[in-house]
Design a protein around this ligand. Structure first.
Ligand SMILES: Nc1ncnc2c1ncn2[C@@H]1O[C@H](COP(=O)(O)OP(=O)(O)OP(=O)(O)O)[C@@H](O)[C@H]1O
Ligand SMILES: [Mg+2]
Ligand SMILES: [Zn+2]
Length: 507
């Protein structure tokens, strides 16, 4: 009998409808699989036949042809196991399902018939919510599927359970709204709190501004001064993710999942803080590779991409970040087409001022030769540095300040101010795709700064003196705009400009 089973395959972040056509007929027993399968798909036959045997059914002894259509799209991964199993069962008459057409199947099978979670289910669920149908998935993917409002789905732990559901004609959704809140709390608790950072008021202020306007930042200072510590505290002062942002970011993380990643896939509910190591390759940072998987820059979407020890990164790899920093997305071209990954992130970086690390330290002597210092700084290109709005030097903390283990202002308190400033920006940019001051265009940077003539004259004179580029000047205005938002002022004044200028001082 010929049967067609609906499924989806991933192409970058998009889910493309695929049908698994199975024809089982009398004749010499055999099995043919066509339609551009990759190795994982080709091997699925072995898993599927065992899994079916484990539930006491037999689908061998037929002449079976399977076609995956559309034939020109490369099918990869193990997600087609379940549709193939269902296809074999129905085409050999071992299972009968009413309204087979309304179901869409994805899932990997193990030899003993257990259903294992697969990547990209959120993308599939979003496509299906538009195309219509009932999604049948492994239970490990239920959390992410339930993020899509109005989606009808069935989840099961095993092929047996899945078959029972289908025979009963059942449909069930899983409500996980309560579970989500729990994740948010648990993950928030893992972020270090600014109250445990002693002193460093200047750095905290700079990071508050960066968080308030989603500005890129760079921390420069001696070893052990607390740069990495402060940056790690940052997610604790960023505003909560909106539902839309949770969907966008979870979708990317779901596509990045590797086969065999243990456990249930959890939606990303706290802004990502990605810290790729400085040995990271181009593919791991911006994405691509044979799986066309997203890179760290995309995994940081709606969050922070933090590059610790910035000069140690390969220069070519850093240059590749210039595109996403401007566009908010990354496109990867392949023979089969172009995949666009969203990548709108705040870029953070930390570095020492020189190879020995002590160039800015009053208590140590820098032993680096001027040549070595220059070579070290030259590892970071001017254009990249130009895109970093907030550049702060981090002086070493006076150890006497640690006496009595004093507490600073808590992250929660700082976050309140950040959120207030973000709310002002939301109103300012209502109806556009811009979300923060850092993202606004140069034209708007001038328009929204609302400077008086004297303030503008001051800003221009200062930019001239510091030899800022045109981009540098507008970025200065954007930071000043954020500083004014933090004090809830409509107009940018001289103090705002002066403070913003201080964050441009590192050259
Ligand atoms: N202001 C501070 N308050 C409390 N602890 C601090 C402070 N500064 C540094 N520390 C402690 O010192 C440790 C080292 O700091 P951190 O790793 O942030 O330094 P760094 O500036 O990143 O140094 P490097 O340049 O070597 O990477 C931290 O884990 C933290 O325990
Ligand atoms: Mg560090
Ligand atoms: Zn030095």
């Amino acid at each position: 009998m010929f049967k067609r089973i609906r499924s989806y395959c991933l192409f970058g972040i998009k889910a493309v409808p695929v049908s698994v056509e199975v024809d089982a007929s009398q004749g010499l027993p055999g099995f043919t699989l066509v339609g551009l399968p990759d190795n994982a798909v080709r091997e699925s036959r072995e898993r599927v036949v065992s899994a079916i045997r484990s539930i006491g059914k037999v689908v061998t002894g037929f002449r079976t042809t399977v076609n995956l259509s559309p034939a020109d799209l490369r099918k990869e991964g193990s997600a087609l196991d379940l549709p193939l199993a269902i296809g074999l069962l129905v085409s050999t008459g071992e299972l009968s399902i009413s309204c087979l057409d309304k179901y869409v199947f994805v899932g990997e099978l193990s030899l003993d018939g257990l259903l294992k979670p697969v990547r990209g289910v959120l993308s599939i669920a979003m496509s299906l919510a538009r195309d219509g149908g009932v999604l049948v998935i492994p239970r490990g993917n239920a959390q992410e599927a339930s993020l899509v409002e109005g989606l009808r789905f069935i989840c099961a732990d095993s092929l047996k359970e899945c078959v029972e559901h289908l025979e009963a004609g059942g449909e069930s959704g899983v409500s996980v709204a309560e579970g989500m809140k729990h994740f948010v709390d648990a993950e928030q608790n893992e972020i270090p709190d600014f109250e445990n950072v002693v002193g460093m008021e200047g750095v905290k202020r700079a990071l508050e501004i960066a968080a308030a306007g989603a500005h890129n930042f760079l921390l420069v200072g001696s070893p052990g001064a607390g740069k990495t510590l402060c940056a790690r505290c940052l997610p604790g002062i960023l505003p909560e993710m909106t539902e839309q942002e949770i969907l966008e970011t979870t979708r990317i993380h779901s596509c990045a999942r590797r086969a065999g990643d243990a456990g249930e896939f959890r939606p990303v509910v706290v802004r990502p803080f990605r810290t790729p190591h400085h040995s990271a390759s181009m593919v791991s940072l911006v994405g691509g590779g044979s799986r066309l998987a997203p890179g760290e820059a995309s995994l940081a979407h709606n969050g922070v991409l933090f590059l610790d020890e910035l000069p140690e990164f390969n220069r070519g790899v850093l240059e590749a970040l210039r595109e996403p920093m401007e566009e908010g997305s990354i496109s990867v071209s392949r023979a089969s087409g172009t995949v666009v990954w969203p990548a709108r992130f705040m870029m953070g970086a930390a570095m020492n001022p020189c190879p020995c690390g002590f160039a800015m330290d009053p208590k140590h002597v820098c032993t680096c030769l001027p040549e070595a210092k220059k070579r070290y700084r030259d590892k970071i290109s001017g254009p990249l540095l130009d895109r970093i709005d907030i550049q702060v030097s981090v002086p070493p903390v006076d150890t006497r300040m640690f006496a009595g283990n004093p507490k600073g202002e808590s992250s929660a308190a700082i976050r309140k101010r950040v959120c207030a400033a973000r709310n002002i920006q939301r109103e300012r940019f209502a109806g556009t795709s811009v979300k923060s001051n850092a993202e606004m265009s140069s034209k708007n940077a001038h328009k929204f700064a609302m400077m008086s003539d004297s303030v503008e004259r001051f800003a221009i004179a200062a930019a001239e003196k510091m030899a800022l580029s045109a981009r540098g000047y507008y970025r200065l205005l954007k930071v000043a705009r954020t500083i004014a938002d933090l004090r809830k002022s409509e107009k940018v004044n001289i103090d705002d400009i002066s403070e913003a200028l201080r964050y441009r001082a590192y050259r």
